[in-house]
Design a protein around this ligand. Sequence first.
Ligand SMILES: Cc1cc2nc3c(=O)[nH]c(=O)nc-3n(C[C@H](O)[C@H](O)[C@H](O)COP(=O)(O)OP(=O)(O)OC[C@H]3O[C@@H](n4cnc5c(N)ncnc54)[C@H](O)[C@@H]3O)c2cc1C
Length: 385
Amino acid sequence: MDTETLIIGAGIHGTSIAHRLGESSRVIDPQEPLAQWRRYTGNTGMTALRSPFVHHIGISPNELLTYDGRNKWLRNGNKPKRPRLEFFNIHAGNIARKIRPRWEQAAATAIHPIPDGWRVETTNGDATARNLVLAPGFAAKPLIPEWAQGRDDAYHVFSDTDIQALPVRGQRIAIVGGGITAGQVALSMYEKGANVILVSRHKLRQRDVDSDPCYLEPGCMEAFWQLPPQFRVPLAQTERYSGSIPWDVYRPLTTLIRTGKIQHVITKEEPNGKLAFKGNDVDIAILATGLTGAPGRQLTNQLEDEYGLQHIQGIPNTTECKWAPRLYVSGTLAQASLGPFAGNIAGAMRAGEAIHEHIEGQSPSRRRLYSSYPSVRPRKPMPTI
Ligand SMILES: Cc1cc2nc3c(=O)[nH]c(=O)nc-3n(C[C@H](O)[C@H](O)[C@H](O)COP(=O)(O)OP(=O)(O)OC[C@H]3O[C@@H](n4cnc5c(N)ncnc54)[C@H](O)[C@@H]3O)c2cc1C
């Protein structure tokens, strides 16, 4: 065997798991560890994470509390404090630097079982490992609406373009999308002196987290695990608050809209080819329309087709992140085990813990995975608009 544990993907999930598993693990990814996270978050102009201080890529939940840094938190009354992006990235960057010597620049293209492990075909030759972890991320490519395809005046926020470096002062800019990313980009473009028109299909909705925080605790997760797997995956998806915006973005954004400094257009129609929204011609459009494509679909399809591993709507049918002997998943691929927060940073921490215990020969205790983290439930009910 080349290695004890091979991890496919060096995003938030793969890097976090490699850190937890230590020197016996290696990571492959065509990109540097955390490069995609840095590019995506940098392009949005976001200043703080949506998730609370206990969610990070370290090991102990309270690790960030004692980590060195200035101006570390975004606070608001009784709501759980959240790390500023810059501070989160100092901590995560230090972990990524430790992982880098164990990272190889390659993409996995096919996976085959071998006695006592796995053989992985990669763009850089074959690798063998006793244990394999799939952490290829949550989506394959930017979702570009048909009207914007092939245009050179429309940029997707998750493309290779450095959105925050575009010369936008005095320009009329349409930001297309109604979720957190559109909100963050709209605020950052307004601050750079652009005339911003936010174009969404629905009213802005405030939600502080990506799903009900009870899915971070044994309460809802016990009920989730009672369900047969074919119900768990759709539930994990429908229970996410898609297209919602947390308070630190919602409040300034709605104030700017109310005072006429940012224009908000709600339209169910696709903008026309001239990038005109209710008569307002714009110079450029920034698409905050999300990502598409199932994560690692090529690899998981191949495992299903050739070796009969089971899927539920394209998501591996796993138990505590284990899909087959010595084969584990993390990220949205772990939705059948970890519920609506599987793809979030919280999911990376729980997947890391479960996978570590599997590899150590222990049976991960579901309840313990969910009770070892401080509660982040707000003391007051979350506002819903
Ligand atoms: C702008 C933004 C802000 C977010 N903020 C938060 C937040 O505040 N809190 C929170 O909990 N969550 C947040 N999320 C959600 C989630 O935590 C992130 O999306 C996180 O980056 C997901 O990590 P990942 O490792 O699953 O995927 P990714 O970051 O997408 O990384 C996957 C990696 O796998 C690699 N890969 C893919 N296929 C292969 C292959 N075949 N072979 C080798 N490597 C491969 C890719 O190159 C990539 O580097 C945010 C997401 C975005 C986009």
